[in-house]
Design a protein around this ligand. Structure first.
Ligand SMILES: *Cc1c(COP(=O)(O)O)cnc(C)c1O
Length: 400
């Protein structure tokens, strides 16, 4: 059988999956720093810089930051291990494939999960969260857990509306947000939004290889966990809240990843967070402008039905029946050097997804869109021919 994997071609291969994302050279080089002994004061300084940088990025100076040598699923489990109790339930708001997976994993830990329903193409149903909290007069629900950007659908939900709904019910539930796909692309203000716990991982907006997860925890969530959560150890916030480095990491810290994070946080600060968010907004807008223009022939459409839900990180493009998005991805990747993502869960075989988060600029986006358009031509997918023109016009109009 012929391998579909083409040999190395010259030039840069474009990564437009919504994680892993392109890693800037500065971060790669930082991760190649030589190892040292753990008592070296440089290690303590590195950890302190990463914690301070994360608090700054999240806008939560008082929260505790816990780093884990794990991917996003690992920090999902970290949160569940620290908020799981046999006397309580966890409410996971339906947003798409990622909330489904989080719920399955939480149930797998033997915890009681309440799920709210989700409508394809739309944001999280805030009324359903409010109704579930109102019905819970005994306050069995320990936490409301939501995904800010569901990466499978490319839809971002409104965290402030959810906070207001929780407040209206006067329910004491802890507010937990998964910012894995949205952090450093979409504005997130942990304290301003009244979020008690948030979690993320390194390979998306933080512009790093996979392998480093974090959880930020405020005093309310920390105290609740200490009083009510089931026994746990490796993930335990209580064990890790310690000035002793080996306790803080439950063993050896992931030094290379921390060195990468220190650098990526510095790059974000140098650009300035408002500029980072505006850049992602602009690049996402250009992708959607192209997709809308391509869609005039009826073979494609934006999956997100609500403009308030458009994501700064990723755009899911629905294909008409009879079009194989996996074949399109293969041609785009192997012939035109543009790696996109496919559909997950209920959307598998129905969408392709264009990632536009992380270390990304205008020519990268235009190159990716042109490569995707070329792949559509090879695959004989009918598309409107004004896609590139629309993307360029959008960028010209919105460039500061
Ligand atoms: C990618 C992602 C995850 C899972 O992260 P992994 O590192 O793949 O385990 C969780 N939540 C969201 C929103 C994601 O985009």
């Amino acid at each position: 059988m012929n391998s579909p994997i083409t040999p190395r071609l010259p030039g840069i291969r474009f990564v437009h999956s919504p994680g892993p994302t392109h890693v800037p050279d500065e971060v790669m080089h930082a991760m190649q720093r030589p190892m040292t002994d753990l008592a070296d004061p440089r290690v303590a300084a590195l950890i302190a810089a990463c914690e301070a940088g994360m608090k700054n990025l999240l806008n939560s100076p008082q929260s505790e930051i816990f780093f884990y040598a794990s991917n996003g699923h690992g920090v999902w489990e970290a949160v569940c291990a620290n908020l799981g109790s046999d006397k309580h339930s966890l409410l996971i708001a339906g947003s798409g494939h990622f909330s489904d997976q989080w719920a399955i994993q939480t149930e797998g830990l033997g915890l009681s999960v309440i799920r709210t329903p989700h409508t394809e193409g739309h944001q999280i149903d805030v009324d359903a969260i409010e109704a579930a909290l109102r019905a819970d007069t005994a306050h069995k629900i320990a936490a409301v857990m939501v995904v800010q950007t569901d990466t499978a659908s490319g839809i971002t939900s409104d965290l402030l509306e959810i906070r207001k709904a929780i407040d209206r019910t006067q329910h004491p539930a802890i507010y937990v947000v998964d910012v894995v796909a949205s952090l450093a692309a979409t504005p997130f203000d942990m304290d301003g939004l009244g979020v008690d716990v948030c979690l993320g991982s390194s390979q998306k907006g933080l512009m790093m290889p996979s392998g480093l997860g974090f959880v930020a925890v405020n005093a309310k969530a920390f105290d609740w966990s200490h009083q009510h959560a089931k026994p746990r150890f490796y993930w335990s916030w209580f064990e890790r809240k310690s000035p002793v480095q080996s306790a803080r990491f439950c063993g050896t810290p992931p030094l290379a990843h921390l060195a990468g994070l220190e650098t990526s946080l510095r790059l974000l600060q140098q650009e300035g967070l408002p500029a980072v968010y505006a850049r992602h907004q602009r690049l996402g807008g250009a992708v959607r402008a192209a997709v809308k223009a391509w869609s005039t022939q009826g073979a494609l459409k934006l999956h997100c039905q609500d403009p308030h839900g458009f994501s700064n990180s990723v755009t899911a493009v629905e294909v008409a029946q009879g079009i194989d998005p996996e074949a399109l991805r293969m041609v785009a990747r192997e012939r035109f050097q543009v790696a996109m993502a496919g559909g997950l869960g209920a959307l598998s075989g129905r969408v392709f997804r264009i990632g536009h988060l992380g270390d990304m600029n205008e020519p990268m986006i235009l190159g990716a869109l042109a490569g995707i358009e070329a792949a559509m031509r090879v695959q004989k997918i009918p598309y409107g021919d004004q896609g590139m023109t629309a993307a360029i016009a959008y960028l010209v109009e919105h460039t500061p």
